[in-house]
Design a protein around this ligand. Structure first.
Ligand code: PEP
Ligand code: MG
Length: 593
């Protein structure tokens, strides 16, 4: 059967700007789709035999595994493999694969994969949770069989091909994204996911064009099909026509031109038309982003998320290794400051074993400061490393997921212990380091005045503050419509935070994704935010926008937004001011979405 060449467009949600063009690589739930190709009719029986041989190899491996497990753990445990073996002996599956090879003349790997996918989809719809869970066994067997098509049974199928490609996956967790090989992955699209997930945030940091929420696409796509991924509008274009390719070439040129124009602002100040200076800093996750920080014109780093450095290895890096990295970062941005956030494990950033076990409700569970206060050994190593890096630059420390006073006091007590220990050791460090609390839980926003009295600054993590205020999971696309930054409750909590900080005479920043949203920028400025910390790609555009705002108008806007009671009213007020102040920038941002 000839390969389909028609241009097809899939629509998802754009989460990281940019355009990628290349062949697809597909990873269905947990495993890569094999390549599809047509076989000549004369090869049908040879292909069916290849399939039988792969099945046989798999059965042998499973039987041998069963014996090993029985010897170690007993007969009961060995039975786990019965379910796997039963899948391989299922006549329906066998017949359907034979038919697919015979009728459609598709290669054996793909025929088997397609039949299994149909079964998996049917099983996922079964209401019985026990049966639904069995999909894992089938996936496992499928992976094994696919591996066994290869001549060397033990050779594993590469998860990431060695050529440049656009990755399409059912889902990607933040660690998959962090480990992505930038030389090969030109862009990625996932079936699930959301704009505020850490996967999306990482894609932006790494500058990888990305789309999420591409529902039900995977099964219709084939490995190696040419495609264009548009991270501005969320389109994945399969088999793009010559006309489409030409249009994207022009668009890419235009985007580069705009980017260059914005870069000219690098050395200008982030100041409103009536003279209010806003500190504009960068959020980073990787040391490799340092050149981007410098090029963006950011005034330092407002959030260094340490999770990806600390959790991506088998073992947490030692105090010395951490000190070295934090020192390099501090030296690189000097004389500007860097705010290092202590480990924010949990939620969608799952630490590897043996740190924690899967949780029933991870975002409400053992996360952020809760984890650190329970694992004092790890926490104190990190605190000492940050204190030591403080000897080499303007380093501040920030605690995530603070929900009340007790946590901030406990964290400070441990910091004081670390100061004593370092003093006793006689190593250089900064005992007067600035301390910040992240405000991302409604209780902390309400108690901002008391928390502010304990620290040197507050930084609002709007990604979480919105999720916890509105009870909307930030990574669940089913409820993403309810994730409303302009909800009056969110506006009031930001106000309460700034008011608390003002009373204590300290500054307030915003380091969640909202800080880079041009629609809400006038509101944040008007509410009295002193610092905005955004991804490096966002720095120039936010700077440009602030330079078009009048602080006085923004204050009047904030005043009005605090009086209305519906989200749509807040949005309308913000839209009107943003349109008046920077229509082109706003249009550019909104046409990108
Ligand atoms: C936030 O919650 O807004 C934030 C900056 O932290 P993270 O996105 O890492 O949870
Ligand atoms: Mg957060």
């Amino acid at each position: 059967m000839p390969r389909e060449r028609k241009e097809i467009i899939y629509q998802g949600t754009p989460v990281s700007r940019g355009i990628a063009s290349g062949p697809l690589h597909i990873v269905a739930r947990g495993f890569a789709a094999p390549e599809i190709y047509t076989i000549p009719p004369s090869h049908v029986s040879r292909e069916q035999e290849r399939f039988l041989a792969a099945l046989e190899r798999t059965k042998e491996q499973l039987r041998s595994l069963r014996t090993q497990i029985e010897e170690i753990s007993g007969e009961e445990e060995g039975r786990i493999f019965e379910a796997h073996l039963m899948v391989l002996e299922d006549r329906t599956i066998l017949n359907r694969v034979f038919e697919a090879i015979n009728d459609r003349h598709q290669n054996a790997e793909y025929s088997f994969y397609a039949v299994i996918q149909t079964f998996l989809e049917a099983m996922r719809r079964i209401p019985d949770p026990y049966l639904r869970e069995r999909t894992v066994d089938i996936e496992d067997v499928c992976k094994r069989v696919l591996r066994n098509f290869s001549a060397e049974p033990e050779a594993s199928m590469p998860d990431q091909p060695e050529h440049q490609h656009i990755l399409v996956a059912y889902d990607l967790n933040p660690s998959d994204t962090a480990a992505m090989d930038r030389n090969h992955v030109l862009g990625f699209a996932t079936e699930v996911g959301s704009i505020n997930s850490h996967t999306a945030i990482l894609a932006r940091s790494l500058g990888i064009p990305a789309i999420v929420g591409l529902q039900n696409a995977i099964f219709n796509l084939h490995a190696l099909t040419p495609a264009i991924l548009d991270g501005y509008t969320g389109k994945l274009i399969i088999n793009p026509s010559d006309e489409t390719r030409a249009r994207y070439a022009v668009l890419q040129k235009e985007k580069r031109r705009l980017q260059k124009a914005l870069q000219k602002l690098r050395d200008t100040k982030t100041v409103t038309t009536d003279g209010r200076h806003i500190t504009l800093s960068a959020n980073i996750e990787f040391e490799q982003e340092l050149p981007l920080v410098a090029a963006s014109g950011a005034e330092g780093i407002g959030l260094f998320r340490t999770e990806f450095f600390l959790l991506e290895r088998e073992e947490c890096p030692s105090e010395d290794e951490q000190t070295e990295l934090y020192t390099r970062l501090a030296q690189s941005v000097r004389p500007h400051p860097i705010i290092i956030r202590t480990l924010d494990a949990g939620g969608d950033k799952v630490p590897g074993e043996p740190l924690t076990e899967p949780e029933p409700n991870p975002f409400l569970g053992w996360r952020g400061i809760r984890f650190s206060l329970a694992r004092r050994d790890l926490f104190k190593e990190q605190l000492r490393a940050i204190l030591r890096a403080g000897a080499e630059g303007a380093v501040s420390i920030m605690f995530p997921l603070i929900s009340g006073l007790r946590e901030i006091r406990e964290a400070k007590a441990l910091l004081a212990e670390c100061i004593e220990e370092l003093t006793a050791r006689g190593v250089p460090f900064n005992p007067k380091i600035d301390i910040g609390a992240m405000i991302e839980v409604p209780s902390a926003a309400i108690m901002a005045e008391q928390i502010a009295a304990e620290v040197d600054f507050l930084s609002i993590g709007t990604n979480d503050l919105i999720q916890y205020t509105l009870a909307v999971d930030r990574i669940n696309p089913r409820v993403s419509d309810l994730y409303k930054p302009g909800h009056p409750a969110v506006v009031r909590l930001i106000k309460s935070t700034v008011a608390g900080a003002d009373k204590a005479g300290i500054w307030t920043g915003v380091c969640g994704e909202l800080a880079g949203d041009l629609l809400y920028l006038p509101l944040l400025v008007g509410l009295g935010i002193d610092e905005l910390s955004v991804g490096t790609q966002q720095v120039p555009i936010v700077k440009q926008a602030v330079r078009h705002l009048s602080y006085k108008d923004c204050q009047a806007l904030a005043h009005s937004c605090l009086r209305v009671s519906e989200t749509r009213e807040v949005i309308a007020l913000c839209q009107s001011l943003a349109e008046e102040a920077y229509p082109d920038l706003l249009r550019q941002m909104q046409s990108d979405q």
